[in-house]
Design a protein. Structure first.
Length: 61
């Protein structure tokens, strides 16, 4: 019997917020529903299927 267990790496939102930093300003990110919000520059990153979309879009000035 080969019963290899797959070690799924699961991150809780709190873990993610510790390892993720804002790609724009490297500020602290905090979760707000399905968004990651940078506490410094206030950029919001959507979370799709549990994966934060960390793309810095050109801001509208
Ligand atoms: Zn930021």
């Amino acid at each position: 019997m080969t019963g290899k267990k797959k070690n799924k790496i699961t991150f809780s939102h709190h873990d993610l917020s510790k390892i993720l930093a804002c790609p724009s300003c490297h500020g602290t990110l905090s979760f707000s529903r399905n968004l990651l919000v940078c506490s410094q520059c206030k950029i919001k990153y959507p979370i799709k299927d549990g994966v934060p979309i960390m793309l810095v879009k050109e801001s509208k000035y």
